[in-house]
Write a protein that binds this ligand. Structure first.
Ligand code: NI
Length: 257
């Protein structure tokens, strides 16, 4: 019962092998995955896969801050229509990213807030991408967010994590917590209450040890879960069940168990 709460298996890199990737994950006991879609094409692919593996997949759709210059009014209207029709489970990943570029900060904030508002009116949890932008991101969430929050691939300071935990949120850990020099990751995992933890791969990126350097797949999330169990000093099976419960708490009307 292992959960990958964030994987991009409908991106161009992974989609040609999506069925194999899902089968490989299922064989490894990774029986619930959330596909993150950053554009309409990925989203339509994900809907087809979900029709095929309904108990094993959830679908998230939203516009990533790095794409802010390409997102049109029509894109947002379409996202809103899909959200209203309940065709997605989570809205995201959305947020702010000042790591690559700060030229479009204001546009990023506008896009972020607009999508939080769509999530509010359609009662969808949100998945947050925040990179070098924790302060602005948390301020916006505090001011606008009304639905549960997933902090995807959390990598901030302990102080930021504690502040994030004051919100209605879950903290998702990815491959980097298995990296030898990532002391901050260990500290964060150790201080995160077990009922607020999620596991993810962010496939095809950020493969955990011992798969580092390979293209990441949902099947590899077990390595991250093992590391969390080791740091938290909890039995791995107990942790797997707890993570599943944490994730499913976002979907009170879901049939997955
Ligand atoms: Ni992602």
């Amino acid at each position: 019962m292992i959960t990958d709460t964030h994987c991009h298996i409908t991106c161009d890199t992974l989609y040609p092998d999506a069925d194999l990737i899902i089968e490989e994950a299922l064989q490894q006991g990774v029986d619930l995955m959330m596909i993150m879609c950053t554009n309409k094409e990925e989203y339509l692919r994900a809907q087809q896969l979900k029709a095929k593996y309904p108990e094993h997949l959830k679908v998230a759709y939203g516009f990533y801050p790095g794409d802010v210059q390409d997102i049109t009014f029509e894109d947002l209207a379409d996202l809103e229509a899909e959200a209203k029709a309940h065709h997605l489970d989570v809205l995201g990943e959305i947020g702010l990213d000042y790591y690559w570029d700060t030229t479009f900060k204001e546009q990023q904030k506008e896009l972020f807030i607009r999508q939080i508002e769509i999530a509010n009116t359609t009662n969808l949890p949100i998945s947050i991408h925040m990179r070098d932008a924790s302060r602005d991101c948390l301020d916006i969430l505090k001011a606008y967010a009304k639905t549960p929050i997933i902090f995807h691939c959390f990598s901030g300071s302990l102080e930021i994590m504690k502040e994030a935990l004051t919100l209605n949120s879950l903290i998702s850990f990815a491959g980097p917590i298995t990296y030898k020099n990532n002391k901050q990751g260990l500290i964060n995992v150790a201080h995160c209450p077990i009922d607020r933890i999620l596991s993810e791969t962010d496939s095809p990126y950020l493969s955990p040890v011992p798969y580092r350097g390979k293209t990441n797949h949902p099947a590899y999330v077990h390595a991250t879960v093992s590391k969390i169990a080791e740091i938290q000093e909890v039995d791995e099976t107990v942790l797997q069940q707890q993570i599943r419960n944490n994730f499913l708490s976002l979907f009170p009307h879901s049939k997955n168990s």
